[in-house]
Design a protein around this ligand. Structure first.
Ligand SMILES: NC(=O)c1ccc[n+]([C@@H]2O[C@H](COP(=O)([O-])OP(=O)(O)OC[C@H]3O[C@@H](n4cnc5c(N)ncnc54)[C@H](OP(=O)(O)O)[C@@H]3O)[C@@H](O)[C@H]2O)c1
Length: 339
């Protein structure tokens, strides 16, 4: 089957990981992939696998006719406008921004968690969840399938790469600035991120939650179960790659930490690294470059009748971003073959 693909935002963190995962999956030759970005990047090159480079073209004015599938890895405001243009030209879109994630008729998909949702696509748009929602969906789904989840409390530790390439530069520049006594300047984050943590990801809403915290609750309900109550505190930390969370789950019935560990051990894509000793858990740095979701620090929550607490982490640009988007394409191609 020969399909033509476009990757919009090919020069960004997620776009580049989409190209890496696409080349690794060996779904199409480089000649069938178009790399698009802003006018600033026209003519520059991005790698596609070890042997090929793609010359970046402008999204502005690009004609999507003949493109079968288009990945969008750009900001939500531009995506809202440009995704519709791609769909009208006949492309099926996998969008990585938060523009369409909670829209009815747009499946929000984590392959391996809720593949069947792809069958409910109404607008030729499928949404890739946030890195944090992907991480949570992967760990919560096997638990929810065993015993319904009542309530989830999440504290996230979010890397700067989740805010894009320029945000990574800001952590680097600020860190260097602190060492040479050059006061850090702020552009992407509301406070200094080097040698600090910031309890704000996204803008504040009127109820005191941030956008990231509010959409996490909505995305988790769409991915895992509509009745799950979830409260989150999302925190940006001075880490480049690796989305981590400390999670406490309360269940409707009995499910122990031992039972949860056994369920996770049987789940593809998850790795349980949980030794009650120094080094017996996985940190963000160790998750970088890996496709797995790691679960550690699994224990019973002794404050409620049925509850557990644990730590989980994944590479936000791989399973938390580009890889998940490519896995969605693989599922769509499989469904197309069956037709
Ligand atoms: N990073 C993550 O962990 C993650 C995970 C899941 C989802 N997401 C979402 O994915 C999207 C991309 O995130 P990112 O981290 O990859 O951002 P990024 O590193 O800042 O990259 C942004 C990309 O968008 C392009 N772009 C910006 N304005 C454009 C325009 N007007 N027209 C065409 N292209 C334009 C940029 O091109 P130039 O290089 O030419 O400026 C660049 O390729 C965001 O919506 C983000 O929320 C991110």
């Amino acid at each position: 089957m020969s399909v033509k693909l476009a990757v919009v935002g090919a020069t960004g963190s997620v776009g580049r990981e989409i190209l890496v995962s696409l080349a690794e999956a060996d779904l199409v030759p480089a000649a069938n992939v178009v790399a698009l970005a802003s006018d600033r990047s026209v003519g520059s090159e991005v790698s596609f696998g070890e042997d090929d480079d793609l010359t970046v073209q402008a999204l502005n004015g690009f004609d999507f006719a003949g493109i079968d599938y288009a990945f969008f890895a750009i900001d939500a405001r531009t995506a809202k406008k440009e995704v519709k243009r791609a769909v009208e030209a006949g492309a099926m879109v996998i969008d990585c921004s938060d523009a369409f994630r909670l829209e009815p008729g747009v499946p929000l998909v984590v392959p391996g968690v809720n593949d069947a949702a792809l069958g409910q696509m109404k607008k030729n748009i499928c949404a890739n969840p946030s890195a944090l929602a992907i991480l949570l969906a992967c760990v919560l789904k096997p638990l929810q399938a065993a015993v319904p989840i009542k309530r989830v409390v999440v504290s996230s530790y979010q890397p700067v790469s989740g805010a894009g390439r320029q945000a990574m530069d800001e952590l680097f520049t600020q860190t260097r600035g602190v060492y040479v006594n050059d006061l850090p300047t702020k552009e992407h984050f509301p406070k200094q991120i080097a040698f600090n943590v910031i309890p704000q990801v996204g803008a504040f809403e009127s109820d005191g939650y941030t956008e990231e915290e509010a959409t996490l609750a909505g995305e988790t309900r769409k991915l895992v179960g509509p009745d799950i109550a979830l409260t989150a505190t999302c925190v940006r930390v001075p880490v480049f790659i690796g989305q981590a969370a400390a999670v406490t789950v309360e269940f409707e019935g009995a499910l122990t930490a031992t039972a949860a560990r056994d369920l996770w051990k049987k789940t593809p894509g998850l790795s349980v690294i949980d030794h009650r000793a120094d080094e017996g858990y996985v940190t963000p740095v160790e998750s970088a470059g890996d496709d797995l979701v790691f679960v550690s620090r699994i224990r019973d929550d002794k404050t409620v009748p049925h509850g557990i607490s644990f730590w989980c982490v994944t590479d936000n640009t791989r399973k938390g971003g580009g890889l998940n988007a490519v896995q969605i394409l693989e599922s769509l191609l499989k469904a197309r073959k069956k037709k």
